[in-house]
Design a protein around this ligand. Structure first.
Ligand code: GLN
Length: 451
């Protein structure tokens, strides 16, 4: 049924870069056969899922939305892919994304944009716009995303779906193509809080293949999602998460959500987190710095595209020609920015200062979580904007992650879930819930209460 739905609508939506029809049917048949033999089935047996094209899949193309990996067939599965298969999930295919997960609209994909199913002329968010659009268009009931500065939560917000960035280290990064390794985090996307929890439980947990993976029990997210409540909880509202960049209808729905939390028995506390205002600036030094280092592996020698190798050119020239042809504008912009920020003489002034701001943001969170159990905010300052509107204005594009970036810098957990439609344009608004590191279960408890 989901493959038929994809066939019917994906020409318009373009959520998928690759539909693995044969693989999905084979997996579904294998689940049926297991059931017929009376074998124990995995926890999500037979449930279809859309996988962001940043996770390696053995025998199935993985492009990261880039020309530089066009046609690359990975020889191994990412840990997340492996765990999905072990849970008997049926992987439908790979979803569209901004190239190397750099963007907030999926317009930076080398393979063309994805439409927002609410209005196909608008962006589905990014970088994981393919995953969120596949959910909103009913092409898949579950999806996987990655969130470096908001790429799970912002797409969820603008498509009226649920997305969770787990605590950093909660979900293995092994086989997840690296953008900014100290910020990147895979996580679940779904249409309900409970569905997200069921998926979270399957993909999370310690992995010796990822040196930053946390060796601790997975928070009891499913139990929390089944027992939604905010009774007696302290909920923080951060002063810095409002102001000139925020759409009126987004703030209206957010303020109503805060009222609802009070009605349901939460105590609301106003918080001052002054360093959050510096989040975007710190992020756009740290993320490009790490990206410039991570993307050095795309040198035309190891894998992927190779341009100009005609026997007359040096290896250096072939690398340069390949990168020129294989990387898009946003990726090049960030590699240059990061290389500059890390260069000798500038390192302390740029990268060093950004790391100090990162520490200040982490301290703001620590102080906040002495007073409250969770923080709430709008997920993103505006609803889905028209495709093309911010394409030539990177600064305007970066603003989409104003509320999501602090969480990545601090490494704690956050969720976006729908909280109604903005009155002025009838488009979905996202409510963000933020919890301390390793307390991911609180996101689900609060999310299920207000869903
Ligand atoms: N939009 C942000 C960026 O462009 C975040 C992307 C992400 O979370 N992968 O970097």
């Amino acid at each position: 049924a989901h493959l038929a739905r994809i066939e019917a609508v994906d020409e318009k939506v373009h959520a998928f870069l690759h539909v693995d029809r044969e693989g999905a049917l084979a997996q579904a048949r294998a689940v049926d056969a297991k059931r017929a033999r009376g074998e124990k089935l995995g926890p999500l047996a037979g449930v279809p899922l859309a996988l962001k094209d940043i996770f390696t899949t053995e025998g199935v193309p993985t492009t990261v939305g880039s020309k530089i990996l066009e046609g690359w067939i990975p020889p191994y599965d990412a840990t997340v892919t492996k765990r999905l298969k072990a849970a008997d999930v049926v992987i439908l295919g790979k979803t569209n994304m901004d190239e190397f997960a750099m963007g907030s609209s999926t317009e930076n994909s080398a393979y063309g944009p994805t439409g927002n199913p609410w209005d196909l002329t608008r962006i589905p968010g990014g970088s994981g716009g393919g995953s969120s659009a596949s959910l909103a268009a009913y092409e898949a009931p579950l999806a996987i995303g990655t969130d470096t500065g908001g790429s799970i939560r912002q797409p969820a917000a603008v498509t009226g779906t649920v997305g969770v960035k787990p605590t950093y280290g909660g979900v293995s990064r092994y086989g997840m193509v690296a953008f900014s390794s100290s910020l990147d985090q895979g996580g679940p996307c779904a249409r309900t809080v409970l569905d997200a929890a069921l998926l979270h439980e399957v993909i999370a947990g310690h992995d010796p293949m990822d040196s930053t993976s946390i060796d601790a029990p997975v928070p009891a997210v499913v139990e929390a999602a089944r027992n939604g409540s905010v009774q007696g909880m302290r909920v923080g509202v951060v002063k810095q998460f409002r102001g000139e960049h925020y759409q009126a209808g987004v703030m209206q729905r957010f303020d109503e959500s805060v009222e609802l939390l009070k009605e349901l028995g939460a105590e609301v506390v106003e918080l001052d987190c002054p360093s959050f205002d510096l989040g975007l600036s710190a992020y756009y030094l740290i993320a490009p710095s790490e990206c410039s280092s991570n993307l050095a592996r795309f040198d035309a020698m190891r894998y992927g595209l190779r341009v100009g190798d005609d026997g007359t050119r040096s290896a250096e020239d072939v690398t340069a020609l390949t990168r020129e042809a294989g990387f898009g504008d946003e990726v090049k912009r960030r590699v240059m920015l990061g290389t500059y920020a890390l260069s000798s003489g500038y390192y302390d002034a740029y990268y060093g200062s950004a790391q100090k701001v990162r520490t200040l943001i982490t301290r703001d969170f620590e102080k906040a979580f002495e007073q409250v159990d969770v923080i709430v905010s709008p997920t993103t300052p505006t609803t889905a904007f028209p495709i093309g509107e911010r394409a030539d204005d990177p600064m305007a594009m970066y603003l989409a992650d104003l509320c999501t970036i602090p969480t990545n810098l601090a490494g704690n957990a956050a969720m976006s879930l729908p909280c109604g439609l903005a009155p002025e344009d009838g488009l979905p608004v996202g409510l963000q819930i933020i919890a301390p590191a390793l307390k991911d279960d609180r996101l689900y408890k609060v999310g299920a209460a207000v869903e």
